[in-house]
Every structure is written in C-alpha cells, then in structure tokens.
Design a protein around this ligand. Structure first.
Ligand SMILES: Nc1ncnc2c1ncn2[C@@H]1O[C@H](COP(=O)(O)OP(=O)(O)OP(=O)(O)O)[C@@H](O)[C@H]1O
Length: 298
C-alpha cells in the first residue's frame, strides 16, 4: 500500500549545494519517514553535514526543494520558519555547548529563544527534567561543560536538543569520540527516546555499530547525491562497490559480530526471563534514563 504523503517528514528534491566552484550536492533526493531512525553515511566530505544544515535552514542551497512537515523550508518568512524550527532539535557534531553556561543554562537557551515569556523557575524546572531524561545525574545541571566527560557532554547536548519537545531530531555524529561501551549506551538512549517520544531521527554517523543497532534505514551519500537508501540488507544486496566495501569490510564484519552477540544475549533473555529479570533489577536504577524507566512501566 502506498504511504500517505504526511508520512514523509522531510522531503529533499533536486538539491544543489556549492561553495564557489566546488559542488557538494547535485540532484540530491531524499525522503525521511515519520517515526524512523534514518542513518546517513558517506565518505568524509561527501556533504552529510551540509545536507543537514540545508534541511534545518543554516545553508541556503543553490537550487532544489526541501519540505519539512509538508512545509517548504527554503526562503520562508522568519515567523513561519520559527514555527517549524520549534518542532525539531539538533545535536551538532561535538555537542556545540556554550562553554560559559552551565548544562541547565545551555538547555534553557532554546526555551528562552522560542518562549521568551517563560519564567526563571519554570525554565529551570524544564531544564532539570531534560537533563535527567538523558540519563545525566541531576547535579550535572549545575556543571559547566568543561566539568563533564565526553559522554556526558553528548547527553547534555541531547538534553538541549530535546528542550522544545521536538518531533524531529537531527544528530550529527553523536557517538564520535565515545568509547564502544559509551557509544552503545548512547545508541540505546537514542533508541529508547525515539520509541518513548515517537521521534523521527535524522542521524549522521560513521559508526557501523550504530547503523546495525538502531537505524531503520540508511541513506548513502556519494557522487554528490544519495545513491541508495534502504535497510542494511537491501543496501548490501545492491552490489555497489562503495557500499560493499563499507558494510563488508573489516569494520562492517566487526559490527555484524557485535550485533549477533546482542541478538544471542536477547535470545538468552527470552529463554530465561526470570533469571535475566532478576539480574536486570538488581543494580540501582539510578543509571537508567528517564525514557528507559518510562518504557519499563508501560
Ligand atoms: N562553509 C563552507 N564553506 C566552504 N566549504 C564548505 C563549507 N561547509 C562545508 N564545506 C565543504 O563541503 C564539503 C562537505 O562538507 P561536510 O562537512 O558536509 O562533509 P561530511 O560528509 O559531513 O564530512 P565528515 O564525515 O568528514 O564530517 C567539504 O568539502 C567541505 O569542505
């Protein structure tokens, strides 16, 4: 059955971006479906971040059409653009936190910008809630970014991206620089927030484990356009040399092995639920994210 057009949250058609003589995108098409986690991959410099910046209005394309939530997002009146921007959150590469503001103050930035009438007490209440929602301890709200680990900074950036209760989340290499355990925990957080909050996620990544673990579909950028989009199995079946090398090279095989290990662990959990449940409930719940706790109660 054909999908309804309102199932498409982001539609990019015939996009062209260039910096002087250097053409980054030409004839780029991409649809992002409501409720999916779409991974965006491609070699370094293929224009993944420029694509994201075009969609969120930070980069004016030379030509093409971009609609977000069914509304054209190029050349809009500022007031209309603001209404649309309220509906998404962005985690930029490296977190992009303001170093002179505390975590809570960072989270308050978009709230102050879009809802200038909010009072101080309410602002800090919302900020604290978002901080805890991303699995940070409550006292992280009053810390400065320089006092946080890399993983905590990412969570703080995510808390700010979630400040406005967005429907759509843009993540630019969220697990870059994290150790494998921290990266897997962050993947789990994104997936659990996506499920709990019903988010649509546009996720740029080089991390094959992330692609296998949480992405519903993957879009591949090469030759200035999206050359393929689909599930990983669909992409591998295409027999494209770059895709083949990417997914079947040593790192791709390692990611498959990790995924299979997770699946085996899940099977054990299904076969011995009581044993696993007792192990799961044993540790203190303090490390669980808000979304994980909420998902458990449903
Ligand atoms: N403001 C800019 N001015 C000039 N060139 C730019 C600008 N922003 C990006 N570019 C160029 O556009 C190309 C695509 O950059 P982009 O950052 O989107 O790549 P990417 O696919 O995200 O790369 P990576 O995976 O390394 O982060 C690069 O060649 C980059 O140098």
């Amino acid at each position: 059955m054909p999908r309804k057009t309102d199932d498409i949250v982001i539609s990019v058609k015939g996009l062209k971006n260039a910096f002087g003589e250097s053409v980054v995108h030409e004839g780029l098409d991409l649809d992002v479906r409501r409720g999916e986690i779409l991974g965006v991959v491609g070699g370094s410099g293929t224009g993944k971040s420029v694509l994201m910046r075009s969609i969120i209005g930070l980069q004016t394309p030379e030509s093409g059409e971009i609609t977000v939530f069914g509304e054209p997002n190029i050349g809009r009146e500022e007031t209309e653009a603001t209404e649309i921007r309220k509906r998404w959150g962005v985690l930029f590469q490296g977190g992009a936190l303001f170093s002179t503001l505390t975590v809570a103050e960072n989270v308050e930035v978009p709230l102050r910008e879009f809802y200038p009438d909010l009072t101080g007490a309410l602002l800090s209440e919302i900020a604290s809630y978002k901080v805890v929602m991303t699995g940070l301890p409550a006292d992280a709200a009053n810390k400065f970014p320089s006092e946080l680990s890399g993983g905590m900074k990412k969570r703080a950036g995510l808390a700010r991206a979630l400040a406005l209760d967005p429907e759509l989340l843009f993540l630019d290499e969220p697990t870059a620089g994290l150790d494998p355990i921290g990266a897997a925990a962050f993947d789990g957080l994104i997936q659990s927030l996506q499920k709990t909050l019903g988010l649509t996620v546009f996720l740029i990544t080089h991390d094959l484990d992330t692609l296998y673990a949480i992405c519903d579909r993957v879009a591949v950028l090469a030759d200035k356009k999206v050359i393929a989009v689909g599930t990983i199995d669909e992409l591998i079946a295409l027999d494209h040399p770059w895709i083949e090398e990417y997914f079947k090279g040593p790192r791709g095989r390692a990611a498959v092995a990790t995924q299979e290990a997770h699946e085996r662990a899940d099977q054990v959990a299904d076969a011995h639920p009581t044993e696993v449940q007792s192990k799961q409930s044993a540790p203190d719940d303090a490390d669980a994210t808000y979304a994980e706790k909420e998902a458990r109660t449903r």
